[in-house]
Structure formats: C-alpha cells, structure tokens
Design a protein around this ligand. Structure first.
Ligand code: SAM
Length: 248
C-alpha cells in the first residue's frame, strides 16, 4: 500500500521548503491541496508539476474514502494546506483519521508552522503553551472564550487575521488586563516581518496608531496568568491561624 505524506509548506518565504518536502512533492502520484490554485502557484515557483486534488473542509469527509482506496491500491499521496503545517487551523484531520483507521501509513514531512515560529522568537515562557488557534468571530463567543482563558497560567498562542486584530486586542485587554505581557508576530518570514513585544494595551495602541501594523497575518503570543496558587495557599493559612486564635 502507499503512504499519505503530510507535508508542511512555507508560511511566506519559499526558501523554507525543506529538501525532503521538495522530494516528496515532486514524486507523489497526487497532491491534495486546500486551494489547488494557490498550491499550483507555489509548485510552479518551485518547478514542481504533479496532479492536484482539492481537499477542503466541505469535501473532506466525502473524498477521504476515495483517497483511502487510492492508497490501498499503492498510490503515494501528499497533503498540503495553503501555508504551514496541515491540520494546524487547516483541513486534513478527517483524512488523516480515516487513513490511520484503515491501517495505512501516514508520515509527516515537518516544516514551517506560524505558531511555533512566533513562539520561537517571542521570548515568553515556552516550556508549556496552549495553542488556541483563531478566536471565535462573534464578539459574544470571543469574549466568553477569553473569560475562560483569563486564569490560564500557560502561555497562550492565538492566530488572527487583519480584519479582526483590533477587536481581538481590545477584548484581550478587557479579559486579561492591560498589563499582561504579549508579543505580536506579523508577516513572519516575509518582507514586512515585525515582532512587537509590549503589554496588551501597548500592542493595541501601536496597532491602532499605524495602518501598516494592521496588515497581513498575525500570531499573538500572550504570557500566562501569574500562578497565584502559592499566594492563595498562604492567605488560607493566615486565615486559619487567625480563626484558630479566636477559637482558643
Ligand atoms: N497551518 C498554518 C500553520 O501551520 O501555521 C496556519 C493556517 S491558518 C488558516 C492561517 C493563520 O496562520 C493566519 O491567519 C495567521 O494567524 C497565521 N499565519 C500564517 N502565516 C503567517 C505568517 N507568515 N506570519 C504570521 N502569522 C501567520
């Protein structure tokens, strides 16, 4: 049987495509892509020509079994998304699940991922982090999600688009407090790459003041909430001591 290769592609700079990714993309029987036009452009730029199949959230369930059949028959297939690592805020989960359930091989060709690239330059604790992907588009749902995350002590990583960056930053300031440390990574690996570190309020102000800072693609890395368990424990002990004094 064949193998499904899950291939990460660059998030901006084509030079980031690795040698193995190039080799696999050049030699597979077909490449399943989120947006075939977008991927064709990338492949042309790389001098690669292979048959392309559209695989997006609307047809994934439907065509997954057809791809499983092709793999069973011995085809080698690649899965790519528009940019970065498939399945990370991108389609592919259902296909990978079905291929694995069929007992067939799924092999990663790792590479760029915007979340990891941002984390690697943020200088915010990265030993533990939560990848939150995109916040909900609706304001009420977004605020609810942020309220639920306000006391998370691990570093938080969000994806954001230019349409909503200002609104999201305003909601983050309201939910997490103006002083929470964050890093806004914009257009990573591209011409206008910027990595802005400040408080949430400071970042919101800089983005509001400069049109250019609202353009492109963003990853926001937010420091987790200070761990206050120790402080609360101490407070509890103090209260207990007071109470014990009174009860003597
Ligand atoms: N699968 C991709 C990955 O591995 O990063 C993410 C796909 S998601 C649909 C697209 C989002 O990723 C953008 O809205 C942005 O938040 C983030 N992103 C992608 N490329 C980026 C870049 N060059 N700089 C900053 N953020 C980027």
């Amino acid at each position: 049987a064949g193998t499904l290769y899950v291939v990460a592609t660059p998030i901006g700079n084509l030079g980031d495509l690795g040698a193995r990714a190039r080799e696999v993309l050049s030699s597979v029987d077909a490449i399943c892509a989120e947006d075939t036009r977008h991927t064709r452009q990338m492949l042309v730029a790389l001098g690669i020509e292979r048959p392309l199949l559209a695989l997006h959230e609307h047809n994934e369930g439907e065509i997954a079994w057809k791809l499983v059949e092709r793999l069973r028959a011995g085809d080698r297939l690649a899965l790519v998304s528009d940019a970065g690592t498939p399945l990370v805020s991108d389609p592919g989960y259902r296909l990978v699940r079905e291929v694995r359930a069929a007992g067939l091989a799924v092999s990663p060709i790792p590479g760029a991922c915007a979340a990891i690239a941002a984390l690697s330059v943020a200088g915010i604790p990265s030993d533990r982090f939560c990848f939150e992907g995109f916040l909900p588009a609706k304001a009420s749902a977004r605020r609810e999600r942020l309220a639920a995350l306000a006391r998370e002590t691990r570093t938080l990583v969000f994806y954001e688009s230019s349409h909503r960056i200002e609104e999201s930053l305003a909601d983050l300031v309201a939910a997490f407090g103006a002083d929470r440390e964050a890093v806004l990574a914009r257009e990573l690996t591209k011409l206008f790459e910027t990595v802005l570190g400040d408080t949430l309020e400071g970042i919101a102000a800089k983005v509001a003041a400069d049109d250019n800072q609202r353009k492109g693609e963003f990853v926001l890395v937010v420091r987790g909430c200070e761990d206050d368990t120790a402080a609360r424990l101490l407070e509890g002990q103090r209260l207990y001591a007071k109470l014990a004094e009174h009860l003597k």
